[in-house]
Design a protein around this ligand. Structure first.
Ligand code: ADP
Ligand code: MG
Length: 313
């Protein structure tokens, strides 16, 4: 330590560096990481090597300070500076921090969740942050059962869930959380707000892209159709879009989820009446057969708390 101190003083004296630089370098040479690095590599570092590495040492001390104080103008945000030996000279490398590694992992997880017209932030939903309520508990258990079964045998058929419940009960959130958990294990999902998808499909007729859009959706390894039955559906959307997608998924046994304000019975009724006012119960039944095959109905409508209160009084 003493030796290093002496040789540095010597370097500083011998060179006619200006006062300001001397001051800076003195500070750099006092940095405990710099001191211990030079000590550890003293065999490889002579005075001239240290001198030639001055700019790197200065960069290291400076960036370390910014990193520790969490300043915005860091050279490599999220990376921690680190001293290394590089062909007899000292160099700085930047090592990703645990925080950055976690962030990058989260990003790659999100890249596995393809969402179309879903509320902002739904890709952030996780089962870990899932807040339980009596309405949600059963559905959460079912979701966990699905995930476990799927991860154990991803190639086998697993029935998805048909989450039914009133507005705001947490259906979309749960779909997002399931997608997130699957993505953590590397499995991609496609989450679609069904009414928006239907609008997009109608627009795609003019662009001649209907076929390829249906293809992409029907082949998604895991598909989640959010808010099905929220809008009235034309018979074209019902039979040639939804029907085709579900038929394929049934044949190929691909996991499919739904969420709806309507229960399956109500959805069947909803699908019976097309926009033009035609009554087509058989067509609705065919769709519902596929829905029932693909997904298990789970009600997220717990006890009616208000009513309970009246009864207790
Ligand atoms: P739905 O799709 O049934 O209408 P949402 O999933 O959109 O309801 O949930 C409504 C709100 O409650 C959202 O802001 C969502 O983030 C929040 N939320 C829903 N379920 C949970 C949960 N299990 N834990 C934490 N927040 C939730
Ligand atoms: Mg919703």
């Amino acid at each position: 330590m003493d030796d290093i101190g002496k040789s540095l003083t010597k370097i500083i004296k011998e060179r006619k560096w200006n006062e300001e630089f001397n001051q800076l370098m003195k500070e750099v040479m006092r940095d405990p990481d710099v001191v211990s690095f030079i000590q550890e590599h003293s065999e490889m570092l002579d005075n001239s090597a240290i001198e030639k590495s001055a700019a790197k040492l200065y960069e290291f001390v400076n960036e370390k300070k910014k990193y520790q104080e969490n300043k915005e103008n860091q050279l490599a945000p999220g990376y921690q500076p680190n001293l290394i030996m590089n062909h007899h000279y000292i160099d700085v490398t930047y090592v990703p921090t645990a925080e950055l590694v976690a962030k990058q992992r989260e990003k790659s997880i999100k890249n596995l969740i393809h969402s179309m017209d879903m509320p902002k932030g739904i890709r952030e939903a996780t089962l870990d942050d899932f807040q339980n309520t009596s309405e949600r508990l059963q559905a959460k258990m079912e979701a966990m059962d699905f995930i476990e079964a799927y991860l154990t045998a991803p190639k086998k058929f697993h029935r998805g869930l048909y989450l039914q419940g009133s507005f705001g009960v947490g259906k979309t959130y749960l779909l997002g959380a399931i997608a997130h958990d699957l993505a953590e294990s590397g499995f991609p999902s496609t989450l679609m707000h069904f009414p928006s998808f239907a609008v997009e499909m109608k627009q795609s007729i003019g662009e001649n892209t209907t076929g390829e859009k249906i293809e992409a959706v029907k082949r998604a390894p895991i598909l989640m159709l959010d808010d099905i039955g929220a809008d009235s559906m034309s018979s074209w959307i019902r039979d040639d879009v939804l029907g085709v997608i579900l038929q394929y998924r049934m044949q190929e046994q691909l996991p499919t989820f739904f969420s709806s304000n309507l229960d399956m019975k109500q959805l069947e009724e909803h699908l019976t009446f097309s926009q033009r006012g035609e009554d087509e119960p058989l067509k609705a039944q065919r769709i519902m057969e596929r829905v029932r095959f693909l997904a298990k109905e789970v009600t997220m409508q717990g006890v009616n708390r208000r009513q309970q209160q009246y009864e207790n009084n």
